[in-house]
Design a protein around this ligand. Structure first.
Ligand code: GDP
Ligand code: MN
Length: 360
């Protein structure tokens, strides 16, 4: 969410416009008490292109603020319903730049991506005018240096007065990128205002979820954003519960996301929709399998559970034991189809054969 990205920018001293968050028109009016008009009213959803979708509007006065707040709240932007607004003081824009840092697998370094054609969809700029998008690897032993800012400014034909302000933003963003375990830290647009200052007017940050254990506030924020109780419960067991098609009746459960995705593809080929994808991870015990099935069966839309297991570290007899245990206590008429291959398959089949016929 932009308002969270903004909070991180602020923490690392990257300039952002003054602003406030609100979840109703009345709260917006309250929250903007000491902000100066004109203001920008911005939909907070986890998707880009809000401007084009009508989710970013300018308000000259309190009346317009109220109108925009009311019409943006509840809006559907690419399948995301707007429940929160960010209201910021409107920046006077001389030029919109694009700046991001991300992990690059090719150079195995963080890279800077920069363009003087900011504001719009950077993928489109890269497609249509690839020479307008600059990429620069950051040597982790050297960090950010002045020559990098100079290169970006010169190469994109910008005024050399921008070198120092850009260098400062690069250093701060890089510090944030490392400290927050980012996969991506993006500012788009990075605005040059009337006075030649750089201001982050929109942001997107994605954090490596393997590092969330040492990013407690980002972890808490993720949980705050998760509304589905089943996703949260699965997470508490270190399972991954992914809600898919809202009208899907099939849940696919497996020990690996590659296997889950290929199963979903095969199921889709038959014209059937997957409602839930469930990743057990490695080494699932009978007890954990039983919990996993219990969580999935809490979803009343699911009528068929398809379990496919590659028995490596995970043992097929443990899986079968878990299925048996879960079905002994589960109410409802959800059917279970299970396929496994590998370690202790025969023992597993033996256990399955002791389950009440017709259920699995
Ligand atoms: P996005 O469409 O989801 O990427 O949302 P942005 O926050 O990037 O806003 C889209 C566009 O609205 C920007 O590229 C700007 O052109 C414009 N915009 C956003 N904030 C401001 C502002 O403070 N001042 C001005 N003049 N334009 C803004
Ligand atoms: Mn943007």
């Amino acid at each position: 969410m932009e308002y969270k990205a903004r909070e991180l920018f602020e923490r690392y001293d990257i300039p952002v416009p003054r602003g406030a968050v609100a979840d109703s028109a009345a709260a917006a009016f309250q929250a903007c008490g000491d902000l100066a008009y004109p203001l920008v009213v911005k939909a907070q959803v986890q998707v880009g292109g809000r401007g084009k979708a009508g989710g970013v509007r300018f308000a000259q006065d309190a009346q317009e603020l109220q109108q925009h707040a009311e019409s943006i709240l509840g809006m559907d932007i690419k399948g995301h319903i707007v429940k929160k607004l960010l209201i910021v003081e409107k920046v006077d824009i001389a030029k919109e730049l694009y700046l991001s840092m991300m992990l690059d697998r090719l150079t195995k370094c963080p890279i800077i991506i920069f363009s003087a054609q900011g504001g719009m969809d950077i993928e489109q700029v890269a497609r249509e005018t690839p020479d307008q998008v600059l990429k620069l690897a950051v040597d982790p032993l050297m960090g950010i240096n002045a020559f990098q800012a100079r290169y970006l400014v010169d190469k994109s034909g910008l005024d050399s007065a921008l070198v120092q302000p850009l260098l400062a933003v690069l250093r701060k963003l890089y510090k944030m990128f490392l400290s927050c375990d980012c996969m991506l830290a993006e500012i788009n647009p990075l605005v040059i205002d009337g006075a030649g200052n750089l201001i982050a007017a929109d942001g997107k940050v994605s954090v490596d979820d393997s590092a969330l254990y040492r990013q407690p506030d980002i972890l808490a924020f993720r949980d705050e954003l998760t509304e589905d109780a089943r996703v949260k419960e699965a997470r508490s067991f270190n399972f991954l519960y992914v809600p898919c098609e809202p009208d899907g009746k099939v849940a696919v459960m497996s020990n690996g996301s590659g296997m889950i995705m290929s199963c979903m593809d095969l199921i889709a080929k038959e014209g059937v929709k997957t409602g839930v994808a469930f990743d057990l991870g490695g080494g699932a015990t009978a007890e954990r399998i039983a919990e996993a099935i219990r969580i999935v069966l809490q979803n009343p839309a699911i009528k068929l559970l398809f379990i496919t297991i590659f028995g490596g570290i995970t043992r097929c007899d443990e899986v079968a034991g878990g299925v048996k245990r879960a079905l002994e206590t589960a109410a409802g008429d959800t059917r279970v189809i299970i396929r496994f291959e590998g370690t202790n398959k025969d023992k597993g089949l033996q256990i399955l054969s002791t389950i009440e016929p017709g259920r699995v």
